[in-house]
Write a protein that binds this ligand. Structure first.
Ligand SMILES: [Zn+2]
Length: 67
């Protein structure tokens, strides 16, 4: 399925059966980030450990390895 990165508007094709695709379909609030943006954001995320946003990115990282 085609997904658009929320940060740079890049269009990517991901496997429709992968966990990330399923999550994007089931949870409309979930947004997609391309790998390069993900890298940049994860750097910032390390500095935001205390804010409570960290959990979201940790889940994405797990999915990356599974799919
Ligand atoms: Zn991007």
């Amino acid at each position: 399925m085609r997904v658009k990165c929320v940060i740079c508007d890049d269009i990517n094709n991901i496997d429709s059966n992968c966990l990330q695709a399923k999550r994007l379909r089931n949870r409309r609030l979930t947004t997609y980030m391309c790998p390069s943006c993900h890298e940049r954001i994860s750097e910032k995320t390390k500095q935001r450990l205390a804010t409570g946003d960290f959990r979201i990115y940790k889940e994405r990282k797990t999915e990356k390895y599974l799919s």
